[in-house]
Design a protein around this ligand. Structure first.
Ligand code: TXE
Length: 491
């Protein structure tokens, strides 16, 4: 059945297998919807194991020639892809905003630009790559990298192209071929990446894209015996399923999962100069960034001052049409997700919390937004116990809970009082205290007096239920390659 284009005049989203755009074997389709209006955007190939098999065979066929290219040739390809994506930045921003409901200004500033810089960054890593050597006992050792082979890349809906390219760039650099699966909620920019590679006449079969639902396509990728490594970004519950499937197969596995991050304001935090950053850390992308600070811990001596200033700024955030340049917060990803977030707002009230601003779409409606738009106002809870479900479970929406503490020790205990451990931020005038905090917060990333300050050379990932492994810089290169130590005895 020919795929119809959706209301936004977008072409159907097909699979990209062995250098060809194809429908799913079954001919089945699903719809991707604009969450800000409820309008269909495009029909999408709904694939299953048959399509994954075809994609994997294409990747295996292409593997020998691609892995035989030189590092220099692959670096050149990454630059070429970056240039081509950069020329499409505005289109990427528009598609990402349509698919996710995020403000076009955010999609431009974060999603489009970082998708380009992911390729440029890993090209530079390739140019500067040095393999370590070790000599002792009359021998010299060097570390030889070989590709994993065919890798599976599975990505979520919150930063679609940003997170896909974060995996594609190092996977290609290390000589792997790819079977990629974007979220069924946000397939548009992954399709644009395939179109871009096609236009560049990128070697066929090296990058393959299979669209569809997680249990039907993602599961088939994780299960496929010829896919040697899985890089997964998504929810903790799904990560658990992926791990249970991949572990007995001894596949390389990288899991970037959920978070319930703490923003910690010590008694000497310079409130006036950091308030905009704290709002940004709380509500960027409607709180749908795993690095957002969803629990704000404030020293009791500055609590009143903080609450007044924070609530005023949050209430003033411009929530509305994502295509309006002045919008600061768009819709959440879907009506289903809005229902989930609203259930947590209701739970927060049941657990004794007070809403200082925001609330459900009924309690705090946005009058001039489409009825079918998945809009929510940013919501701030006070007076919830740190052990409440609202303050310990991941909501992944525009909801934060604010808590007080009396001592640094109490703040560290509160920060760690969750099953997650992805990121955190500490705000203080005393850098020494910041260092102490950073070492005691159980997470993969701690920012001191900043947030989402990203140096791509650093290790990225979480502990506890926020994931397994690290990506970023050489950690990505190590994940996407197998290392052989070769030891040569000198005569
Ligand atoms: O995740 P899902 P979503 C987390 C964030 C939030 C979630 C939102 O905490 O909870 O991701 O993204 C596919 N086998 N992070 O809802 O449902 C699915 O189709 C294989 C943290 O998309 O886990 C999609 O492509 N794959 C992160 C992908 O998995 C399966 C940053 C993720 O879907 C599958 C972003 C299965 N059985 C979001 N079921 C971070 N830590 O950086 C589903 N999928």
């Amino acid at each position: 059945m020919a795929l119809r284009s959706g209301g936004a005049g977008l072409n159907p989203v097909l699979n990209y297998i062995d250098g060809q755009f194809v429908e799913s074997h079954s001919g089945k389709t699903l719809l991707t919807v604009n969450p800000a209006t409820g309008e269909p955007l495009a029909e999408v190939a709904r694939s299953n194991g048959e399509d994954v098999e075809a994609a994997t065979q294409a990747a295996l066929t292409a593997s020998a020639s691609w892995s035989a290219t030189t590092l220099e040739q692959r670096v050149k390809w990454l630059h070429t892809i970056a240039d081509a994506l950069e020329a499409k930045s505005e289109t990427i921003a528009r598609l990402e905003s349509l698919d996710t409901g995020k403000p076009i200004s955010l999609a431009r500033r974060v999603d489009a630009s970082r998708s380009v810089s992911n390729f440029r960054f890993f090209a530079s890593m390739g140019e500067d790559d040095t393999s370590p050597t070790f000599s002792d006992h009359g021998a010299i050792n060097y570390v030889h990298r070989t590709p994993v082979g065919c890798v599976g890349l599975i990505t979520p809906w919150n930063l679609p192209l940003y997170l896909l390219t974060w995996k594609v760039a190092p996977a290609l650099l290390m000589g792997n071929t790819i079977v990629a699966k974007p979220s069924e909620l946000t397939p548009l920019t992954a399709h644009l990446l395939a179109e871009t590679l096609h236009e560049l006449e990128f070697p066929k079969g090296v990058f393959n894209l299979v669209n569809g639902y997680g249990p039907e396509v993602g599961q088939a990728i994780v299960e496929h015996p010829s896919i040697g490594g899985i890089s997964f970004t998504g929810g903790t519950s799904t990560g658990r399923i992926v791990a249970a499937t991949a572990a007995p197969m001894f596949k390389k596995l990288s899991l970037e999962l959920g978070g319930k991050n703490a923003t910690i304001l010590l008694d000497d935090a310079p409130l006036d100069s950091i308030m905009d950053e704290i709002v940004r850390a709380s509500f960027t992308n409607s709180g749908q960034v795993c690095l957002c600070g969803s629990r704000i811990l404030v020293h009791e001596s500055i609590y009143e001052a903080f609450i007044d200033a924070f609530t005023a700024k949050v209430s003033a955030l411009k929530v509305g049409d994502p295509m309006n340049e002045a919008t600061q917060m768009g819709s959440v990803i879907s009506m289903d997700h809005r229902d989930k977030v609203e259930a947590y707002i209701t739970l927060g009230l049941e657990e004794g919390g007070n809403i200082l601003t925001g609330g459900t779409s009924t309690q705090a409606p946005l009058a001039d937004m489409p009825e079918q738009g998945a809009f929510l106002r940013p919501t701030v809870f006070a007076n919830l116990p740190i052990s409440s479900r609202t303050a310990t479970e991941e909501i992944f929406g525009p909801v934060v809970t604010v808590h007080t503490f009396a001592s640094d020790e109490e703040a560290i205990t509160m920060a760690n009082a969750t099953d997650y451990g992805l990121a955190g931020s500490v705000w203080t005038a005393d850098i020494q205290r910041g260092h102490t905090f950073a070492r005691n917060v159980e997470s993969g990333i701690v920012w001191v007096n900043t947030w989402l300050n990203r140096d791509l050379r650093t290790p990225f990932g979480g502990v506890k239920q926020s994931g397994v492994g690290r990506e970023g810089g050489r950690w990505s290169m190590d994940f996407f390659s197998e290392l052989t130590n070769i030891c040569i005895r000198q005569p």
